[in-house]
Design a protein around this ligand. Structure first.
Ligand code: NAX
Length: 329
């Protein structure tokens, strides 16, 4: 008998989710033997668009798609779900920073955290994509505390993929030659894309790319500001690359990280690297392929990295302060 997974996606009629739901349905993530039930949540105003998306999913004829549920009720969307992808939130517009969104989007994650705790399957894993995703994840986790802390993740995988691609291009190699990249901290322009521990073709990235000034003064800020660069270019925020980051994140949960490599994910800190416990912080993580993650310990940062690390940690602490009324103790 084939396995069935229930995947809840919020903001399902939006730009990111439109790319995401097709790939979730296609069998690419959970494999050809697993049937997928998509449980799609939207605001009432977007339900008609979502209905259209449901018809299109049906018309794809995927052998792996068992059912599509569309709803504006979080209790229905999260019912018995094994994965919850929280994408629904307002995106950044031109001139807006993620932190501008914090008070606008934060309250959504109070109710969704509670609804996940009340309705989801006991093995649920949650990935928050909607921005500011680290702090939204913190809000959902604190309001859905019956779900263990290690289940809650925020997405830094898009930033990770951006960093891999930039290092590969500079070195003149393909993306798969780049390993051990880390996005430390916040999914924002304070994030630290760590090249000092990255490898290219198994060698330290800094011995392959010897232009250290480029690494510090071009690679780091360009990766930090890539989201803004996309908005400045297209007038809208990243869509299919963001969906791809979410797909990669879930695939890594399901299949694990390759030996000798790690990935980037923001997870609830247990105090690793001196980050206060409970904060949702981007770390290097390995995954064992059974839906579990571990933060990689013992990664060393030089003075440049330590300064960047402190900056992104400080920003997350400030964000936590801004939403403290949304965080039950
Ligand atoms: P869209 O505006 O296209 O879609 C968002 C959808 O969410 C809309 O259809 C809206 O009706 C729905 N929505 C809003 N509030 C909701 C609620 N309470 N319950 C259910 N649905 C709700 O935005 P899109 O471009 O898809 O971006 C979605 C989110 O992803 C934004 O917050 C954006 O900032 C964030 N992003 C995060 C990234 C990351 O790496 N973590 C990268 C890309 C993306 O910008």
């Amino acid at each position: 008998m084939s396995k069935v997974v229930r995947v809840a996606v919020t903001g399902a009629a939006g730009r990111v989710s439109s790319s995401l739901i097709v790939r979730l349905a296609s069998g690419e993530v959970f494999g050809p033997e697993t049937k997928v039930i998509l449980q799609l949540l939207e605001l009432p105003v977007a339900l008609k668009n979502l209905e259209g998306a449901m018809y299109e999913l049906q018309d794809c004829g995927f052998s792996t798609l068992k059912d599509v549920v569309i709803t504006d009720d979080a209790n229905v969307a999260f019912k018995d779900c094994n994965y919850a992808l929280l994408v629904g939130a307002a995106p950044r517009g031109p001139g807006e920073q993620r932190k501008d969104l914090i008070r606008k989007n934060g309250p959504i994650f109070v109710g969704q955290g509670q609804a996940i705790a009340k309705n989801a399957a006991s093995d649920v894993r949650i990935l928050v994509v909607g921005n500011p995703c680290n702090t939204n994840c913190l809000i959902a986790y604190k309001n859905g505390k019956d779900v263990p802390a290690d289940r809650w993740h925020a997405m830094t995988r898009l930033d990770h993929n951006r960093a891999v691609s930039a290092l590969a291009a500079k070195a003149g190699v393909t993306n798969d030659a780049v390993t051990c990249v880390t996005i430390w901290g916040n999914h924002s322009n304070t994030q630290y894309p760590d090249f000092t521990n990255a490898k290219i073709g198994g060698q330290p990235a800094t011995s392959v790319i010897t232009d250290h000034a480029w690494l510090e003064n071009t690679f780091v800020p360009n990766t930090q500001d890539r989201g803004k660069f996309i908005i400045d270019t297209t007038k809208v925020s990243s869509s299919f690359s963001a969906a791809n980051g979410a797909i990669d994140h879930i695939k890594t949960l399901v299949r694990g990280t390759a030996a000798g490599d790690w990935t980037s994910a923001a997870v609830v800190s247990k105090g690793e690297y001196g980050v206060p416990a409970g904060l949702v912080f981007g770390y290097p993580c390995t995954a064992s392929g059974d839906n579990n993650w571990k933060v990689v310990e013992g990664v060393k940062l030089d003075a440049f990295g330590q300064e960047k690390f402190k900056k992104t940690l400080d920003e997350l602490l400030q964000e936590q302060e801004v939403v403290k009324d949304l965080l039950p103790s």
